[in-house]
Design a protein around this ligand. Structure first.
Ligand SMILES: C[S@@+](CC[C@H](N)C(=O)[O-])C[C@H]1O[C@@H](n2cnc3c(N)ncnc32)[C@H](O)[C@@H]1O
Length: 420
């Protein structure tokens, strides 16, 4: 039978790792040897995507073979970007609205995984640290309520993604409370620290709590790359139900690569700042920073650095990163945390704001559809998002094997076990 090809997938989604899971089936298009496009049913584990934003968790999960069936966020601007990126699909719902008002009746009941990138505002070091009692980060409890209401339809696996500040917020009490809440719903918890910098030239450390109804055997060999010393207290707290899955070691953090992701732009482009603005930029640098920047300016060849504005003693000053890696992209509220790009070398120094395409590339989403997004809408969306390759790594190495029940649980070195 021949079907007209319908793009039911995200632009960047992959059709790999399709498994014969008990969960939902849906059509995948394939081209037969005669060149005809046919539709076949292949099962991919279904996902609920909470706090979906612009859908970067979806991109990472679907590249590993998951299928996001339902997503929720309350910002219309983010929904607009999400819908421009992912083709319309009758098998997917984006529910726009406050999670506090989301009813369990609207959630698909056959999901294997629930992903939540809950707001970090009250947990990040930059914030006032109200923690999970804060108005924004407290939305986590609505996620827990919905999992509670799902009852026997609760997904086998859950992920909570947040800033690493969650581990120290209120002396660890917020993380303890989150683990306890998952424990009460039957999930054992593994806690991992993973920096997007292992995959991209952007420093973006994040915490991932992976909850499993059927956890793998605890691997007491602490994997210090993923579970550093500052997380070990979690596993020492015997009042919590935790496990440590045996995982491969992620790639080493990148020390270069920013320059390769910078958008090609002629020096005459009007986005480069004019002389007086550039002079003010240089004037706001500390003497050490100015020396470093001026030294680079004199070298031959072009180098790029990122800069961000911060307030010191009530005055806005610029700080330039010393390396070929971007600082953590953040939401561009009020322009104060927008990143700038500094181009140095051949006796020139030029500055401009970082573009939406550069934000997308630094989040591992270089092919994201930006056609209809306003600049601040895009910067806001990407600044809030999760880095695609960090999600993809976790999905391939942990979540998919966990859902399929074949996670490596050997005590032997994992890299060996996986290769052998
Ligand atoms: C850390 S971001 C997650 C971004 C997402 N993972 C992505 O890749 O774009 C948190 C998201 O939660 C959303 N949010 C905050 N409060 C909410 C609420 N009460 N109900 C629904 N969504 C909310 C924000 O709009 C934001 O997109």
């Amino acid at each position: 039978m021949t079907f007209k090809k319908v793009d039911v997938h995200a632009r960047s989604s992959s059709t790999s790792a399709a498994s014969q899971d008990k969960n939902a089936t849906f059509p995948l298009d394939t081209v037969d040897p005669m060149g005809e496009v046919t539709s076949i049913n292949v099962a991919r584990p279904r996902v609920l995507e909470f706090f979906a934003g612009i859908g970067l968790a979806r991109m990472g999960l679907e590249s590993a073979g998951f299928r996001v069936a339902w997503a929720n966020d309350f910002e219309a601007d983010k929904k607009a970007m999400y819908e421009a990126q992912f083709a319309e699909d009758p098998e997917h719902t984006f529910s726009l609205g406050d999670i506090a008002r989301t009813k369990v009746s609207e959630l698909p009941k056959d999901a294997s995984l629930a992903w939540a990138s809950s707001p970090c505002t009250d947990l990040s070091l930059a914030g006032a640290r109200a923690g999970f009692a804060g108005a924004q980060s407290g939305t986590f409890w609505h996620f827990i309520q919905l999992l509670t209401d799902l009852g026997k339809n609760r997904p086998d696996v859950v992920v909570l993604e947040n800033v690493t500040g969650l581990a120290s917020s209120h002396g660890g009490d917020d993380l303890t409370a989150a683990i306890r809440a998952f424990n009460q719903l039957g999930y054992s918890i593994d806690v991992l620290a993973l920096d997007a910098r292992r995959f991209l030239p952007q420093s973006r450390p994040r915490l991932f709590l992976v909850g499993a109804q059927n956890p793998p055997t605890d691997n007491p060999d602490p994997n210090s790359e993923l579970r550093p010393d500052w997380l070990q207290w979690v596993y020492g707290d015997k009042s919590l139900r935790t496990h440590r899955a045996a995982l491969p070691t992620p790639p080493k953090p990148k020390t270069e690569g920013l320059g390769e992701l910078i958008e090609d732009m002629p020096l005459s482009d009007e986005r480069w700042w004019d002389e007086s603005r550039t002079t003010a930029f240089i004037g706001s640098l500390s003497p050490t920073q100015r020396d470093r920047v001026m030294r680079l300016r004199r070298t031959s060849g072009v180098k790029y650095r990122t800069a961000y504005r911060r307030t010191r003693k009530g005055t806005a000053v610029w700080e330039v990163r010393p390396d070929d890696v971007s600082g953590c992209l953040r939401t561009a509220r009020g322009g104060s945390s927008k990143q700038a790009v500094v181009r140095l070398g051949n006796k020139r120094l030029q500055v401009r704001w970082m573009t939406p395409l550069e934000y997308a590339r630094l989040m591992g989403a270089g092919d994201y559809n930006l056609d209809s997004a306003r600049t601040n809408q895009a910067l806001f969306g990407f600044g809030d998002a999760v880095a695609v390759p960090a999600v993809a790594w976790l999905a391939e190495n942990y979540l998919m094997p966990l859902v399929k029940g074949d996670l490596v649980t050997l005590g032997a070195p994992v890299d060996e076990a996986l290769n052998g």
